[in-house]
Design a binder for this molecule. Structure first.
Ligand code: PLP
Length: 387
């Protein structure tokens, strides 16, 4: 069989995952301390799990509306209105999805025509480029850098815009850098978005995890609600990665278009996860705040620790990642991460898997226990002294 011809050319164009390759190596090493994975080390708070047991006991085992339970959509809209003062109609502007992952894929497939350009500020979350390619679009990167604390600037954005530009994907608080963008900085981006008639996919999955400064939702900026698809979910804030539940809110024509794909491919998000998400939004604030406080403590320890061992690390103000520079070691990010793993058993992610502008950095997740963070710092220090 000629498998080259069997597999679609779009899939051929998607590069294989750098993270996956790296985790294959991890499985070969003993006594590993991991700052690798991008998911909370907490289990889902008990009251949320309990709500799902109860819902099962009640016999909630059916499909729901394709849009998701109306009660959940109503709670999502209420939450966004309370937090960001943006109102969405639960009856047509909210779609419950199988994680933000599904919502992003739906949005790209619903909007992108062959050859449309999708602008990705790099370094960025690993799925944006493959999802763009699979939707038939062209990924165009725009660099962000350490000097600017990995914020997107209007000037850099302007430089990459062309006639084919259609979409900008914004992710703040950011994976992998931990950067945030404040309202006045986002307003400058909004100006460019308006001038060039772009649609923004605002992946705000880490919105609840900021440490000190309040999150500004891109949809809340003047004139931006109609140009924005806002994504959020439950994976990070409520430690619910395995439940696979998230949502998108947007103007009705966009939600309708995403819905056309969702109803044939997914039907609906699992009812048990929807019930759990409802409980999370209604009663989850206290537990969320506790988890965020704990990340904040670890954030301080890891940022100071990395700087102390000689890896220059700017202060991440959101999500749960630190993104120190490893340039002074003279190693590439891949060499650094591989040697650190093989020689000291510490897992960090090479910055280059998040795009070329991630080269010279490593991503360290601090959603790991404080013991693991301290042990990892000791081993990193030993490694740096050695090289
Ligand atoms: N967006 C970003 C920026 C992420 O970091 C992740 C997960 O790591 C996702 C989306 C996927 O989220 P979900 O679990 O809701 O699919």
């Amino acid at each position: 069989m000629n498998w080259e011809n069997v597999i679609s050319s779009r899939v051929h164009q998607v590069p294989s995952s750098g993270i996956r390759k790296f985790f294959d190596l991890v499985s070969e090493v003993d006594d590993v301390v991991s700052l690798g994975v991008g998911e909370p080390d907490f289990v889902t708070p008990w009251h949320i799990r309990e709500a799902s047991f109860y819902s099962l006991e009640q016999g909630d085992t059916m499909y729901t509306s394709n849009y998701g339970l109306l009660e959940l959509r109503t709670e999502i809209a209420k939450n966004i209105e309370t937090n960001y003062n943006v109102s969405y109609d639960p009856q047509g502007e909210v779609l419950v999805t199988v994680g933000v992952s599904e919502a992003l894929d739906l949005a790209l497939r619903a909007l992108v025509e062959e050859g449309d350009e999708v602008i990705l500020p790099e370094p960025c979350y690993v799925s944006y480029k493959p999802s763009t390619i699979l939707a038939g679009g062209r990924a165009v990167k725009v660099q962000t850098d350490r000097q600017n604390e990995f914020k997107l600037t209007a000037q850099n954005l302007e430089r990459v815009i062309s006639e084919q530009s259609k979409i900008l994907i914004l992710c703040y608080p950011n994976n992998p850098t931990g950067a945030i963008m404040e309202r006045d900085e986002l307003l400058e981006i909004a100006q460019v978005v308006k001038e060039h008639d772009l649609i923004v996919l605002a992946d705000e999955i880490y919105a609840e995890l900021t440490y000190g400064k309040e999150h500004t939702s891109f949809a809340s900026l003047p004139g931006m609600k109609e140009r924005t698809i806002l994504f959020n979910g439950f994976s990070k804030a409520y430690a619910m990665t395995g439940w696979r539940i998230g949502y998108a809110t947007a103007p009705e024509p966009i939600i309708q278009a995403m819905m056309k794909i969702h109803q044939y491919t997914m039907l609906c998000a699992p009812i048990i996860s929807q019930k759990a998400a409802l409980e999370a939004l209604k009663n989850g604030r206290k537990e969320l705040d506790k988890m965020a406080d704990s990340y904040n403590q670890r954030r301080r320890v890891i940022t100071k620790g990395l700087n102390d061992v000689g890896l220059d690390c700017f202060e991440p103000e959101g999500a749960f990642y630190a993104f120190p520079s490893i340039e002074r070691t003279g190693l590439s990010s891949e060499e650094f991460a591989e040697r650190l793993l093989q020689e000291e058993g510490v897992v960090v992610i090479p910055g280059e898997v998040f795009g070329k502008s991630g080269e010279g950095f490593i991503r360290c997740s601090y959603a790991s226990s404080m013991e693991d963070i301290c042990e990892a710092l000791t081993r990193i220090e030993r490694f740096i002294k050695k090289i």
